[in-house]
Design a protein around this ligand. Structure first.
Ligand code: NDP
Ligand code: PMR
Length: 397
């Protein structure tokens, strides 16, 4: 056990200074790239590590990232010859945690140009440099998902760059478990659902229909990161407060906390629940995309649970005791000790992972499997309603 644990925490990861705790990842595979290797090799770059950050280092790194097929170019077919160019992937929230690890791993394959879509340009630039991502393999572009204007501006800027879009990864998220009162996006939506769901909803609708659809890439993908904690068919999803979208009355009212509740189900504000609800929306949205657009566009839509990555920036707002106990507790769990998420076993070589409409997870033996969503997170009727209400809220209907 100790040996396994040691191998899991063998790498240093200098996180950007905004991230209070250091990142500790399990092995990762969203794009079919072994993140752990990259992280081990490069995330300990000291170039931008402040003394304070060094002092804060607690964890080692095994990364678990999000899966899309590698653009594995097969020159044997004319189709492949046509697409020898690098793939272009937009990763939201690539300035930290899973998004940064994913950006790094993809960039290092040499087969992807990563557009790091981030709200804090300086932080993102520093994070990319600190992670050792080669300049020619990434571009940082501004995106604040808590502002629909910013989302639209991002889409404009992206189009101006004249890059084709081959993969979009909706990864960014905020988690506000200790907030007593709701806070709001620029348009007045409760911040967690506004950022994690509505911002991504608008982004993916705009980029999907006009950009991703046009890509000539062999594997076009839209990945939306979900979570076990939004799935009430799991132990983790039964830790209160549980996700529950109810009859969507709060969402329909605009989540503004004035003439409507700030919570999707119309209840009292609860930051932890708002996050879990937003993850249910993410998973429902992926399925609705699949139903509406898979056949027409050939795009693969997928969601995933990346595993528990206990020391990313996500828990920065949590109580200090949680931040102290969660990483060591999680790093001794059987799942964390397993050689999890070996992408070479999974997404690179497993053709089934190109399947659309799936919520992926990886077991302790690194094998990918189609995970079962909770009843609510797989409710097609609810997915349609969330879609229709969200369209109105973001100004698409
Ligand atoms: P981090 O907090 O490290 O990363 C979140 C990223 O989202 C950061 O880059 C952050 O930017 C960005 N972000 C937050 N708000 C906005 C915004 N308004 N506009 C643009 N970007 C924004 O967390 P993780 O890496 O852990 O989380 C990544 C994903 O993984 C999330 O979707 C999360 O739900 C999911 N997940 C994580 C798990 C875990 O155990 N960590 C488990 C299950 C799912 P900035 O750097 O500027 O703060
Ligand atoms: Mg946890 C096998 C059980 C399991 C798993 C896989 C997780 C993952 N959690 C599990 C169990 C439990 N958790 C139990 C039994 C408890 C009560 C002691 C517990 C508590 C807990 C808290 C307070 N867990 C948490 C929190 C958080 O604040 C985290 C959260 O919900 O963030 C939204 C969290 C998590 N637990 C996980 C994972 C993956 C998280 C982070 C979830 C996410 O980012 O979506």
């Amino acid at each position: 056990m100790a040996l396994q644990a040691a191998s899991l925490v063998s790498s240093a990861f200098a996180v950007p200074k905004e991230v209070k705790s250091n990142a500790s990842f399990k092995d990762s595979s969203l794009f079919g790239v072994s993140l752990s290797d990259h992280l081990k090799a490069n995330f300990n770059s000291s170039a931008l590590r402040s003394k304070r950050e060094s002092n804060q280092r607690v964890g080692g790194v095994r990364a678990q990232t999000m899966a899309t097929a590698s653009p594995a170019v097969n020159t044997a077919t004319p189709e492949a010859k046509k697409t020898l160019r690098k793939g272009n992937v937009v990763v939201t929230g690539a300035s930290s945690g899973l998004g940064l690890a994913t950006a790094k791993a993809l960039a290092e394959t040499g087969k992807w140009h990563v557009i790091m879509a981030c709200r804090d340009l300086l932080k993102a630039e520093r994070a990319a440099k600190s992670a050792g991502i080669a300049k020619e393999n990434y571009t940082v572009m501004h995106l604040d998902l808590a502002s629909l204007d910013s989302v639209r501006q991002f889409v404009d800027n992206f189009r101006r760059s004249e890059r084709p879009l081959d993969v979009l990864v909706c990864n960014a998220a905020v988690y506000l478990p200790t907030a007593k009162e709701p806070t709001f996006t620029a348009e007045g939506f409760e911040l967690s659902v506004g950022t994690n769901h509505l911002g991504h909803f608008l982004l993916s609708r705009l980029l999907l229909l006009d950009d991703l659809k046009k890509s000539d890439y062999p594997s076009k993908r839209l990945i939306i990161v979900g979570s076990i904690t939004g799935n009430t068919n799991t132990l983790a999803g039964n830790v209160p407060p549980k996700a529950n979208l109810g009859d969507l009355r709060g969402l329909a009212g605009g989540l503004n906390g004035l003439n409507s509740s700030s919570m999707i189900d119309g209840g009292e504000f609860d930051g932890a629940k708002a996050y879990k609800d937003s993850k249910v929306c993410n998973m429902l949205t992926m399925q609705e995309f699949h139903r509406r657009f898979q056949e027409e566009t050939g795009i693969t839509f997928a969601s995933l649970y990346p595993g528990c990555i206990a020391t990313t920036g996500l828990f920065r707002e949590h109580i200090p005791l949680f931040r102290l106990l969660f990483p060591p507790f999680k790093s001794t769990s059987p799942r964390a000790l397993s050689p999890n998420m070996k992408p070479e076993k999974g997404l690179l070589s497993d053709p089934s992972l190109t399947k659309s409409g799936v919520y992926w997870s990886w077991n302790k033996d690194s094998a990918s499997f189609e995970n079962q969503l909770s009843q609510e997170a797989s409710d097609a009727d609810k997915a349609r309603k969330v879609w229709e209400i969200s369209e109105k809220l973001v100004g698409l209907a």
